[in-house]
Design a protein around this ligand. Sequence first.
Ligand SMILES: Nc1ncnc2c1ncn2[C@@H]1O[C@H](COP(=O)(O)OP(=O)(O)OP(=O)(O)O)[C@@H](O)[C@H]1O
Length: 297
Amino acid sequence: MTTPIDANPIDDWPIDDTTAIAPVPRLDPAIPVDAAPATALAELEAREITAWFGNHKVLDRVSLTMPAGGITALIGPSGCGKSTFLRILNRMHELVPSARLAGEVLLDGEDIYDPGKRLIDARRSIGMVFQKPNPFPAMSIRENVLAGLKLTGTKMRGSDKDLLVESCLVKGGLWNEVKDRLDAPGGGLSGGQQQRLCIARSLAIRPRVLLMDEPCSALDPTSTRVIEETMLDLAREVTIVIVTHNMQQAARVSDQCAFFLAAQGQPGVIVEHGDTTAMFQGPQDPRTYDYVNGRFG
Ligand SMILES: Nc1ncnc2c1ncn2[C@@H]1O[C@H](COP(=O)(O)OP(=O)(O)OP(=O)(O)O)[C@@H](O)[C@H]1O
């Protein structure tokens, strides 16, 4: 099925993913966030995804199941469509005016592109963390975590906000470093701390899936390890999909990998996917072997 691209109902959100925060969905103001039940782990399944920018087809019939509570790494050389695929998973692809796609993305069996589904619900359930940490620099750490609620106009008691800020910063692996300076500006944190603040911010809207587009590529090795530990902890409650160029990182954090490749002038496809250990130790396809062993890309 070719999915029609609707006008973007959140048209005041910036598009540039190096500077924007992910569009934040609207919580039900009637439900205090700390009282909301924990959400069940969700499986995400992409079926036969084909994507275009104008007439340029960049993905061809890509299917992948991303298991509930797992970490799936998308790997492959530059330009093979990994980020495009990731952005299709939470309907960010349609922010680009020339973008089109065909196929389905099922969140626990329900197609997020179904005409009866609202864009806002996809964004509510499927959060995104970008390559470059992008906190609001002048806002305090606390305000950054709560930014999604503020932007959506959700009302919450002060004590509920305090609980939410603490729980998100704990889950984001940042609480111990910032608990005594929650009113300090987010822009004053180190790059690695800023990225964990962005993770905490995305958790505040209780996503069921967290998409991460090269979240450590701007960070030093120590910060990278801290983010990886945070991801491993988070996978107990959110399904994670990460794009990474770092093969060691893919091996360290992911349960399964999908290897994307685009032949010269051709759209990207998944050459091979499966258990990460198997992909690294005994890939089926010689191109996967060459890529994971650093022979190209
Ligand atoms: N906004 C856009 N408009 C037009 N073409 C685009 C746009 N974004 C990406 N493309 C094209 O789509 C193809 C896939 O790009 P994409 O960024 O998804 O690849 P990638 O595998 O994530 O690359 P990298 O690893 O370098 O980030 C490329 O040919 C790219 O030039």
